[in-house]
Write a protein that binds this ligand. Structure first.
Ligand SMILES: *Cc1c(COP(=O)(O)O)cnc(C)c1O
Length: 410
């Protein structure tokens, strides 16, 4: 007879092995088992510390367990956590007001995950196309960009061109047209009388932090206005301080018709997402036409409001802009020394590693061994997106570690 497996004091290796038979294999995490975290630092089961240079794909823009956010969550946990939208609750008005003001929009539709915000944005755009623009029933189209990442639902993967994300999950939702990213002429050619919206990421994060040419976002704004369709900006990863401004579209002083937010909006505590839009657009939704049991719940609203409060001072945006210069300079120093190309905006970088030195995955493993957590995107590209609370010393240390790792491999 075998003894029952003990559930106490399991090592990282034990825990990793225990996942395999019981957990869906839809991820391939680095072999680190995190048990606690504070600020930019995480600690594994054995007490090893790592600098978190991924920050939950920007869901942790304010670091792990930011005191103001934890306090807001604790306070709300002691009062009210869930009502459903069948009733009003006392946190929702302030959250919607705060977020509308922060994004320069009129109205807010609270949801939970990023993918839900994208789905909701598409639904609003389609309804607007039929009710306002006069597109014949079921003919509305949405123009998207190649290399996009907008989430994992069946509709969203229908317009992905990443075969790994898409293959095997058909039949696919119709009504989407794909054009090359950063190509205004192709975009203009794809827009016609059926076009409800253009949906793009102002910077393509998953694609490797691809930054469009100056003028592209302003061009999308001009084009969508001129042709009478909506501009939906997916700021789920690029928004809320990451790029040195509140939204990535702020770099070109562009105001989209619809802004999608998620990730950092939940403060690293709970999933919070939202669609923020112009009044005449959001007003196409009536009671019963869209909803979510958890969307805008009191805990989410309290944390979301606290996130907006943090951003209201501009302090995080400035930090991202200032430290972004350090990040850029550090990477420029590595060009030709293991780094073949890189792109940064604010505290966000896509770094192409010389494939001769390894894949993005193996580089990430080497960095992990040196106490730095990053994530590869495609091929030999790694992404750096530390919490915006990182100090200059910590950032410099991370860059020095990357330099050392690349030097050892070459
Ligand atoms: C992460 C992400 C999403 C999806 O968010 P989930 O919360 O994972 O559903 C959508 N768009 C962009 C740009 C993202 O980075």
């Amino acid at each position: 007879m075998t003894t029952a497996p003990t559930r106490t004091r399991r090592t990282s290796d034990d825990l990793i092995q225990a996942e395999a038979p019981v957990l869906a294999h839809n991820y391939h995490p680095l072999p680190v088992v995190i048990a606690r975290a504070e600020g930019v630092w995480v600690e594994d089961v054995e007490g090893r510390r790592y600098l978190d240079m991924l920050a939950g794909y920007s869901a942790l823009n304010f670091g792990h367990r930011h005191p103001a956010l934890i306090e807001a969550a604790h306070r709300q946990l002691d009062q009210l956590t869930l009502t459903s939208r069948a009733f009003h609750h006392n946190r929702l008005a302030a959250f919607a007001e705060d977020l509308a003001e922060l994004t320069g929009q009129d109205m807010v539709l609270p949801m939970n995950t990023g993918a839900e915000a994208v789905e909701s944005g598409i639904k609003v755009a389609r309804k607007w196309a039929y009710d306002v623009k006069g597109v014949p029933a079921d003919r509305a189209t949405v123009v998207v960009a190649s290399g996009n990442f907008h989430g994992r639902t069946t509709t969203i993967i229908s317009f992905s061109d990443d075969e790994e994300a898409r293959a095997g999950f058909g039949p696919y939702t119709p009504g989407f047209r794909t054009v090359p990213y950063n190509d205004l002429a192709a975009l203009e050619a794809a827009i016609d009388d059926t076009t409800a919206a253009v949906l793009i990421e102002p910077i393509q994060g998953e694609a490797g932090v691809l930054i469009p040419d100056d003028g592209y976002l302003a061009g999308v704004r001009e084009l969508t206005t001129r042709t009478g369709c909506l501009f939906i900006a997916d700021e789920i990863q690029s928004g809320l301080g990451r790029t040195g401004t509140t939204l990535a579209v702020d770099h070109e002083n562009v105001v989209p018709d619809v802004v999608l937010l998620g990730k950092a909006l939940g403060g690293g505590i709970v999933p919070v997402s939202a669609v923020a839009a112009r009044r005449d657009v959001m007003s196409v939704l009536g009671p019963g036409q869209h909803g979510s049991t958890f969307g805008g719940n009191p805990l989410a609203a309290a944390v979301g409001s606290a996130v907006v409060d943090l951003l209201a001072t501009g302090e995080f945006q400035s930090r991202a802009a200032e430290l972004g210069k350090v990040l850029h300079a550090g990477l420029a120093d590595l060009l030709g020394h293991g780094v073949t190309d890189f792109r940064t905006r604010g505290l966000w970088a896509g770094v192409d590693i010389d494939p001769a030195l390894g894949t993005g995955r193996t580089i990430s493993e080497h960095l992990m061994d040196q106490g730095i957590l990053v994530k590869d995107t495609h091929g030999s590209t790694i992404r750096l997106a530390p919490p915006l609370t990182i100090t200059e010393d910590e950032l410099t240390t991370a860059l020095a570690t990357l330099k050392r790792v690349l030097h050892k491999l070459s």
